[in-house]
Design a protein around this ligand. Structure first.
Ligand code: HAM
Length: 417
């Protein structure tokens, strides 16, 4: 029979590498939780309109990459390509913005984009994200960036940089748009490019084609059109980051791939990942909630790509020792004979009841095979129990890294850990 394979471009994690994935994800989440963000668990699919209205039709994400289908009730459904629009939908639907603000939430899960798969770019990928809703102060911008930065530092990462810019407030953007549209009108682009520019002229800064980049080299930059309020806000964010000890560079040509951004926007870029170097990004989205039918609250957040952060950790070999600390078993038990198996199963169960991380060799393996299993388990100690040990009530506890053994009373084994 032919074997069934996973769909093209999906990223799967299985043992033992799945421990690294879990460790990275949990470290990213911890940084959010420690800063007062609370879990939001959202559907993996939403009404398609949420993304066309929220993320924007000029974006690649909406125009080319959505997994959209009709459900059995004839509704247009889309697998979530990102998390912010879903958070906003839920906040509006459940009036979560009626309590104390800012509302600070985190989420983690699978996201879906029908992109051309390559290293670091998948059709199902994983993000950890946070959103802080209802506060327009620069202090919250700096907090959000610091939460991401701290999580990367906690993972031991060094070879990444933070790029930031400001898209200003609505008034600044309107001024710039007039000039940018005038400038683009002087250029000669194909129809599709002009259509994108008509939807959102900023998109042309994001075009990967050399000829477009060349033509856009002299385009007016939004950062030069910031009014005083927008400038002050951006300067406060920068001075806070500096005082937090977070290095950054201002990249005024940075364009995020989603249309909802306003004000402070940022990206974390890792040097060891090749083309797909963005390990996380985010920014303000001050008009999004109103645009989706809610109150006119501001918001800021980020999405971090767990898959890419994992690749970054591998490139810097930054987590291997932490993985063995976090996941290795304390003890691996081996029953020498058929008669001692039930005893060992009971001992194992009682050790686990004491919170000890333990496992045993199952099946009819010879001692050699069982010792191999003990090695493979990564357990710090092992113990072989046969009829002699059962009768004497004592067995040798072997330290797997030094090879030393000492005799331990089985009844007091749990006190050793
Ligand atoms: P984004 O920049 O589109 O932002 O995605 C965030 C991160 O997800 C990227 O930096 C990257 O690490 C990862 N990522 C995106 N696409 C893929 C892919 N195809 N394969 C692997 N990793 C990928 C957002 O999604 C916004 N919702 C972030 C945000 C939250 N902005 C404000 N709040």
């Amino acid at each position: 029979m032919s074997k069934i394979q996973a769909p093209k471009g999906v990223h799967e994690f299985f043992p033992p590498e799945s421990q690294e994935f879990e460790y990275v994800r949990e470290t990213l989440i911890k940084s959010a939780k420690d800063a007062g963000y609370q879990l939001m668990e959202l559907p993996a699919f939403e009404d398609t309109d949420l993304f066309t209205r929220g993320v924007g039709e000029s974006t690649d994400v909406v125009s080319k990459e959505m997994y959209t289908f009709e459900d059995r009730g004839g509704r247009s459904i889309t697998l979530r390509p990102e998390g912010t629009a879903g958070v906003m939908r839920s906040v509006i639907e459940h009036n979560l913005d009626k309590g104390q603000l800012p509302l600070k939430v985190w989420y983690s899960g699978a996201f879906f984009r029908a992109e051309r798969p390559q290293a670091g770019r998948y059709r199902q990928f994983y993000q950890v994200g946070i959103e802080a809703i209802g506060l327009a102060d620069p202090e919250i911008d700096a907090e959000v960036i610091a939460v991401a930065d701290r999580s990367f530092k906690n993972l031991g990462l060094k070879n990444y940089r933070l790029e930031i810019t400001s898209l200003g407030d609505a008034a600044s953007r309107a001024l710039h748009k007039v000039e940018l549209v005038k400038f683009i009108a002087t250029l000669d682009f194909d129809e599709a490019t002009m259509a994108r520019a008509a939807l959102n002229p900023l998109r042309l800064f994001d075009d990967k084609r050399d000829e477009v980049r060349l033509k856009m080299a002299k385009a007016p930059l939004l950062i030069d059109f910031l009014n005083q309020a927008s400038k002050d806000h951006f300067e406060r964010v920068q001075s806070l980051l500096t005082s937090f000890g977070i290095a950054f560079i201002v990249n005024p040509r940075m364009v995020r791939g989603l249309d909802y951004y306003t004000g402070t926007t940022f990206e974390f870029v890792h040097d060891g990942l090749g083309a797909q170097s963005g390990i996380g990004g985010g920014g303000r989205y001050d008009g999004l909630m109103a645009q989706l039918g809610g109150a006119d609250h501001s918001g800021i957040g980020f999405g971090i790509g767990v898959d890419r952060v994992l690749l970054a950790c591998a490139a810097e070999n930054s987590i291997s020792t932490k993985i063995s600390e976090a996941y290795s078993l304390d003890l691996f038990l081996i029953a020498m004979s058929e008669e001692t198996k039930s005893y060992v199963a009971n001992l194992l169960n009682s050790l686990r009841n004491h919170g000890i991380r333990a496992d045993m060799a199952y099946g009819d393996r010879a001692l050699k095979g069982s010792m191999k299993a003990a090695d493979k388990s990564g357990a710090r100690f092992s113990m072989v129990i046969g009829s002699d040990e059962l009768n004497s009530g004592e067995a040798m506890l072997k330290n797997m890294s030094t090879g030393e053994s000492r005799s331990i009373r089985l009844a007091a084994l749990h006190n050793e850990f």
